[in-house]
Design a protein around this ligand. Structure first.
Ligand SMILES: Nc1ncnc2c1ncn2[C@@H]1O[C@H](COP(=O)(O)OP(=O)(O)OP(=O)(O)O)[C@@H](O)[C@H]1O
Ligand SMILES: [Zn+2]
Ligand SMILES: [Zn+2]
Length: 802
């Protein structure tokens, strides 16, 4: 078994296969599947994953593996299998799938350098950049003025070679420790020998006579109020020694979590958890949909189910949406399971992420709480997988591999014979429909644990406000309620629904809207820099003084940014203390937590924010929730827009009156009769489900059909249309009668970064060969993809239809 099959780090469909390499003698005992290696590939050295070992290869003249990067496999056998499945399922490359399962730092970076291969002089210009060195970092060459042609010639003549280095991004954190390094009696002797004047030295020696354990040097020096030079003297006398050890960064190390004990479950909680516990006990897979209103105690169910799993010596994965992975959320899990919990989310530094991942890999924890990619946690003995807020679209990755964490969870659940729990107050229609059909087990909780009623929702028709002469973005009713709440010293949460809404610039005279010159999308106004920016390609320009079309000076920005709402809020109610939470105020690390703490400490009356405040927050003193623009995403070109509106309104209403004080919600809208707004205001999920299912059936959308979206983009518009047209035709010729193939249609954003985008949508019920078919069709364009900068992407479960 001296040959390894390796998936190499070359993201090209023509390379999407294993390559064989010889395993040199010195690696033969250590090399296992799932390890990363460095292998020669053409002129380069690249990273690869070993996926198997074998005795024979069909190929002659195999090259040797150059280096082995891991001591233990980073991908378990299960994850290797999962990666292959994922690649096939999402039509991605194996290498892309494997890398998606690992923390960023385990991806290799490549560095190029130029090596002088001759004793003779190179051309004058090349000699100047080499400047007497034999090795030149490639960037220094690109930074110079020398033509590529000269370099090419030197390489061709064999005077210069290109070296490719695989650079690991891994950084480990170390601390220096100090300990005594001689037997006790020698320390005592030394203590007696030391002159009385060497007071510090004596203190240190005395310390180590008392303590034989190593201590952290920095802390020790602080406590003893001593310096490195004093320690050096003792070190030279071989009384103490210092050395480095690696420590795992722990982002929550300094935080104290109050420990909690399991609560007595309510009857509804008990009913929901019983079948889950049975499956855990029996080591059986099943999928449960826990449909529970906000505040019904879903989290407590998760915690107690996890406890069972831990007791069995098994492991648990809990997924929560990125934006609700707040310190409050972390506290609930760490409070119950302490240091047995790893946390993985994007706010951690890449070093912290790597260390949390290693705590899982080394089996130092049994629970991971994390965002989407935590579904790949390298546990080997899973006992439960939980997806909280299962309706969140952030569980779908919008990059290759375009996977949905729910599918991965179920796949892993089957492998490990363990239950998968999907929880939500507003399940996706897909999941609820499956529960209705009995594919998933449904558990419903329609009461809050404290038996408090859901807060009353008042819908305000903003058109009437306008007719009554109120031109602010706050209805009279909302203003009154805010003031009343403030008088009672209670707090308020205001949601500005910004998705699909932006601060665009429009001329009031001619209606001209400033668009990005490279993308078909309005530019967004940024007040701080007085610039217009494109959110797709980061193009920017200064805010114009006059309309470029008609030269009018009435060119203004429209739409409502949080900043602008804050301004008019403080104009309207000057005494209000406002905390604004949006991407701008939470960019810095820890800012999110700081703002929430301020609000919890009642340093402000109003928390104003975007979607990020709709989830998971639980403040005792919040009695009023206001939604400023409930309908802003209803008109997006997305068949899920009603569903998303319903979900958001339900979630945000759930923030009010969760404790002793009763809550109230005001929803401002221009379309008060829309069923998603009406039904959210009376918390009628079932009615909404029926209405929305009827719509989906009429227009032939999921869950009645599956979708596949092929997007083609090219700089030449005609080319983009033609290729999409070809794809459509080939599909039509091979799919079944019931399958609908639509297109070519311009994508909702028809041009991005100067590329025209066309799409083809497939709606199907049963098309077992579709993946293979699409793959085959796309392969026919491989040449054009490589040579003509054509881009074809496939999404087998599209959520973003843009
Ligand atoms: N059995 C119980 N007895 C008493 N209090 C409980 C019980 N279960 C949960 N709670 C409390 O009820 C509150 C709401 O519970 P929890 O946050 O788990 O609900 P949830 O369904 O996850 O809500 P959301 O969907 O809004 O996040 C919490 O403060 C929790 O501590
Ligand atoms: Zn104009
Ligand atoms: Zn742009």
């Amino acid at each position: 078994m001296n040959i390894a099959s390796v998936i190499v780090d070359v993201p090209a469909s023509s390379i999407n296969q294993t390559f064989d390499y010889k395993i040199p003698e010195r690696f033969q005992d250590v090399l296992e599947s799932g390890m990363r290696v460095i292998v020669p590939f053409g002129p380069r050295k690249i990273m690869g994953f070993v996926v198997g070992r074998k005795a024979k290869s069909a190929f002659k003249g195999l090259k040797n593996i150059t280096e082995v990067l891991d001591i233990t496999p980073v991908l378990t056998p299960e994850l290797l299998g999962l990666g292959k499945w994922l690649a096939d399922e999402t039509l991605s490359l194996y290498i892309t799938s494997f890398q998606a399962m690992l923390p960023q730092v385990l991806k290799s970076q490549y560095k190029k350098e130029l090596v002088k291969m001759t004793e003779a002089d190179l051309s004058h210009e090349l000699e100047m950049v080499f400047a007497g060195r034999d090795i030149l970092p490639y960037e220094e060459f690109t930074g110079s003025e020398i033509s590529y042609y000269q370099l090419q010639k030197a390489i061709h003549d064999g005077d210069v070679a290109v070296n490719y280095l695989v650079k690991s991004k891994i950084t480990k954190k170390h601390v220096t420790m100090i300990k005594s390094s001689c037997p006790m009696h020698l320390l005592e002797e030394a203590y007696n020998d030391l002159s009385k004047k060497a007071k510090k030295q004596r203190e240190i020696v005395a310390f180590f006579i008392e303590n034989s354990e190593p201590v952290e040097l920095q802390k020790f020096m602080n406590e003893m109020q001593t310096t490195r030079s004093t320690i050096k003297i003792l070190q030279d006398r071989k009384l103490v020694t210092t050395y480095k050890v690696e420590v795992l960064r722990n982002p929550y190390n300094d935080t104290k979590f109050e420990s909690t004990i399991p609560l007595r479950l309510t009857d509804q909680q008990q009913q929901a958890i019983t079948p889950i516990k049975q499956k855990i006990a029996a080591n059986e897979h099943d999928v449960f949909l826990v449909h529970g209103v906000t505040g019904s105690g879903k989290t407590e169910i998760y915690l107690q189910a996890i406890q069972d799993v831990i007791n069995k010596g098994k492991e648990a994965i809990v997924l929560v949406p990125e934006i609700s992975l707040t310190p409050q959320m972390v506290r609930r899990f760490k409070g119950r399971f302490g240091s047995n919990v790893a946390v993985m989310h994007s706010a951690l530094s890449s070093g912290e992420k790597y260390d949390e991942w290693r705590r899982i890999h080394r089996k130092e924890v049994q629970v991971v709480v994390g965002a989407r990619s935590a579904i790949f946690a390298p546990f080997e003995n899973l006992g439960i997988i939980i997806i909280d807020e299962e309706h969140e679209t952030s569980y779908k990755q919008e990059d290759q591999p375009r996977y949905h964490a729910r599918d991965v969870a179920i796949h892993r659940g089957e492998h490990h014979h363990c239950p998968v729990i999907l929880g939500s107050a507003t399940p996706t229609l897909e999941s609820y429909a499956r529960a209705q059909k009995g594919v998933y087990q449904l558990a419903a909780l329609d009461k809050r644990t404290n038996e408090k009623a859901m807060p009353k929702v008042e819908i305000v028709d903003m058109r009437n406000e306008l007719h009554a002469g109120n031109r602010t973005m706050f209805s009279r009713s909302l203003k009154d309620k805010i003031e009343q709440s403030m008088e009672r010293k209670e707090q308020i949460v205001l949601l500005l629904n910004r998705r699909g809404y932006s601060t665009f610039v429009m001329c009031r005279d001619c209606g001209h809207v400033k668009e990005c010159p490279h993308c078909d999308i309005a530019l967004t106004y940024h007040k701080n820099s007085n610039q217009l920016k494109c959110h797709y390609c980061s193009y920017e320009e200064p805010m114009p003084l006059n309309c470029p079309e008609c030269n009018s000076d009435l060119i203004r920005y429209f739409g409502t940014g949080t900043q602008r709402v804050e301004e008019s809020l403080t104009q309207l109610i000057p005494e209000a203390r406002v905390i604004r939470m949006d991407v701008d105020t939470t960019r810095r690390k820890g800012a999110h937590e700081k703002l929430l703490n301020q609000f919890a400490n009642k340093e402000a009356d109003i928390l104003l924010g975007t979607q990020m405040i709709a989830k998971g927050l639980d403040f005792e003193n919040v009695t009023l929730v206001g939604v400023l623009t409930a309908d802003s995403m209803l008109h997006l070109p997305d068949f899920r827009s009603s569903e998303k509106t319903f979900q958001l309104l339900t979630q945000v209403s759930g923030r009010a009156g969760r404790h002793e004080l009763p809550g109230e919600v005001i929803v401002q809208t221009y379309t008060p009769d829309h069923y998603s707004i009406e039904l959210a205001s009376v918390y009628d999920y079932n009615q909404f489900y029926l209405r929305e299912m009827a719509m989906r059936k009429t227009f032939n959308y999921p869950p009645y059909v599956f979708l596949a979206l092929v997007t083609v983009s090219h700089q030449n518009q005609i080319k983009a249309v033609q290729i999409t047209q070809k794809i459509v035709r080939m599909l039509v010729n091979h799919v079944g009668e019931d399958t609908v193939v639509l297109g070519p249609t311009p994508s909702p954003i028809a041009r991005m970064k100067d590329r025209y985008r066309y799409q083809c949508m497939v709606k199907y019920k049963n098309e077992p060969k579709l993946r293979a078919l699409i793959k085959k069709i796309i392969q026919q364009f491989d040449d054009e993809v490589r040579k003509e900068d054509l881009l074809i992407t496939v999404d087998m479960q599209p959520y973003q239809l843009m």
